[in-house]
Design a protein around this ligand. Structure first.
Ligand code: ZN
Length: 227
């Protein structure tokens, strides 16, 4: 006896009912088709979380149209160009997600196709100390963050008076040299740190009040040493 139609097995794996009862009869007696169905069901489960990278039997046009009806996906551009296995695999992931979790499917499908969020790694940080020039409410923090392939100094301050000019962030070697990195906007800034700046040497983060147009380092307000 011939094995079950692979397209019908795919529909069964997606939770569809199939009109042909002989398929179910066949499954009761055929371990090969049962294991194929189990594998397809596994793919349908995986499809909720990730793209499917697995060879699947190419379904008949009738199966395509049922998947299209089930998911709202347009398969007409795929069918005349068969075989297109990659397109088929991706569509199975969409169909599986929609069939398995129903109305919530749209959200899950979005997740399938969305690139992972970039991760950030904190390399060093410090709570900035208030200097005598700053009011008692002043506080701040600095972090060195590795994100999207670059190193950024992220500074955040709070409780500072409105500056007459602006607040500027510097890296300081603790001796004689200060490197201006950027200015705070509403007490915040993400400032790229050039690869040529050695953060083991320039470990002190300094926030200074600058008068408009003041080129040299102004009045230090907050300071802290990265660790
Ligand atoms: Zn069989």
């Amino acid at each position: 006896m011939a094995h079950a139609d692979p397209g019908l097995l795919t529909l069964l794996a997606l939770g569809e009912t199939v009109p042909d009862e002989s398929v179910e009869d066949h499954l009761r007696t055929c371990a090969t088709c049962r294991s194929e169905l189990a594998a397809l069901r596994e793919v349908a489960g995986i499809g909720r979380e990730t793209r499917v990278e697995r060879d699947l039997p190419m379904p008949s046009e009738d199966v395509w149209s049922r998947i299209a009806a089930e998911t709202g996906q347009d398969t007409s551009s795929v069918v005349p160009l068969r075989p297109r296995p990659r397109r088929w695999r991706a569509l199975v992931a969409v169909a599986a997600a929609a069939a398995v979790i129903g109305a919530a499917g749209a959200v899950a499908v979005d997740r399938i196709t969305t690139a992972p969020v970039a991760t950030e790694q904190v390399l060093a940080q410090v709570d900035l100390a208030r200097l005598a020039t700053a009011p008692g409410s002043a506080r701040g923090s600095a972090r060195v963050v590795r994100t999207n392939g670059r190193t950024v100094l992220r500074v955040s301050v709070d409780g500072m008076p409105a500056p007459e000019g602006l607040y500027q962030v510097w890296l300081f070697d603790g001796a004689a040299t200060m490197i201006p990195l950027g200015v705070l906007t509403n007490g915040q800034a993400d400032m790229p740190v050039p690869d040529t700046v050695d953060l083991n040497t320039y470990r002190v983060v300094d926030v200074s009040a600058q008068r408009w147009g003041q080129q040299e380092h102004g009045t230090s307000m907050l300071q802290g040493q990265l660790s």
